[in-house]
Design a protein around this ligand. Structure first.
Ligand code: ZN
Length: 367
């Protein structure tokens, strides 16, 4: 294919005008896919054609897929994350894109990773699992891949995918929560990904929900993700089992008495199989989830919350108690409409679908 070459003149991937303006004068909120004066979804129409590759960089694996304009994955590939060195991770991305690009006409590449990207999507400011600190990853990759590249936070990518193709479709005010080892957050408002003034919005997992509570790796105590994540579920179950409570018998049996082997996944499986204690543990996590969502509703007033991430395998066992706690704690309850709380529809591929789609939408908009 005739791949567009990156470079200053002419640039295949240019930042949306709104980003450039805001970066220069230092004012206004950062959004993805924003063009002043256009209709809310005009930028999506412009980005309708072509295939893109989405790459989801996790702490243990790098997953990539060729994604079409309807969010369908045409082919997929995976590698182990090769340690945290930036060059090694770049190399794996290049290999995956080359492998998947054979036989497809690829327009652009979107990269989703845990961490913070600067507002213009060029630099990884910080990534918790990788050694990226102020890393100009986009330019490096555009040089290597000879295609437009977009960097995005993994939770933003998943939220975007759920809004475009999943459980948040048609919602003008969407908040997406990803429950895994921690809690990721994304906001899609009026067809745009809201990223805050500095590009680091959506860290809902670090709202302090219990002052003086469990220590969080962010440095604070009592963060929401210490109570409403997959890790929290595992920790609570281990604590219960370590107390040698008779109600923890099933849990201990499954891990052969090895308390440290109990994880959130095991608790979820046992809950699905009907173990009452595991169901209680999930119910507790669901209640914390609902409480945090009520706080977010007070601040953001979305129409829908979409709940995704690995912990969502628990389905209604998690979401039913969350809905109850949400309704119980919502500010002004009874005098206001309440947001819907829905399970995500796209599963673990949401991140790579969203990264691919964002890269297509953004790169075509000004090309
Ligand atoms: Zn925290």
């Amino acid at each position: 294919m005739q791949a567009p070459m990156p470079g200053p003149q002419p640039a295949p991937y240019r930042r949306p005008a709104a980003w450039r303006r805001r970066t220069r004068d230092g004012a206004g909120a950062g959004t993805v896919g924003t063009v002043a004066g256009q209709g809310l979804r005009e930028h999506l129409r412009l980005g309708r054609k072509g295939l893109a590759i989405g790459v989801d960089i996790g702490g243990t694996k790098v997953a990539a897929g060729v994604v079409d304009a309807e969010g369908r994955i045409l082919s997929q590939a995976k590698r182990s994350t090769p340690g945290s060195a930036p060059r090694a991770v770049e190399q794996v991305i290049v290999e995956l894109v080359e492998e998947l690009g054979r036989g497809h006409r690829i327009w652009s590449v979107g990269i989703g990773a845990a961490g913070w990207m600067d507002l213009d999507g060029g630099t990884v400011l910080f990534s918790p699992h990788l050694a990226w600190r102020n890393e100009p990853l986009r330019d490096n990759l555009q040089r290597l891949l000879r295609r437009p590249v977009l960097l995005t936070n993994d939770a933003d990518a998943a939220g975007w995918a759920e809004w475009r193709f999943g459980a948040g479709r048609g919602e003008d005010r969407l908040v997406c929560i990803t429950l895994g080892t921690g809690i990721g957050g994304a906001m899609v408002m009026d067809g745009r990904l809201e990223r805050g003034r500095f590009g680091v919005a959506g860290e809902f997992g670090h709202q302090i929900i219990l002052p003086g509570g469990h220590r969080c790796e962010c440095g604070n105590r009592g963060c929401w993700e210490q109570y409403a994540s997959g890790n929290a579920l595992g920790r609570e179950a281990r604590e219960l089992a370590a107390a040698n409570s008779p109600v923890a018998q099933e849990l201990l049996k499954v891990v052969g008495g090895q308390v440290d082997s109990i994880t959130g996944v095991i608790v979820t499986e046992l809950a699905e199989a009907g173990d009452p204690t595991s169901r209680e543990l999930l119910e507790d996590v669901g209640e914390w989830l609902g409480l945090g969502l009520a706080n977010l509703a007070a601040a953001l007033d979305p129409g829908t919350f979409v709940i995704g991430g690995g912990l969502c395998d628990a389905g209604e066992l998690l979401v039913a108690p969350a809905r109850k706690a949400f309704a119980r704690n919502l500010t002004g309850r009874g005098f206001r409409p309440a947001a819907r709380i829905e399970l995500a529809a796209l599963g673990p591929n949401a991140g790579l679908i969203g990264a691919a789609d964002l890269s297509r939408v953004s790169s075509r908009m000004h090309s």
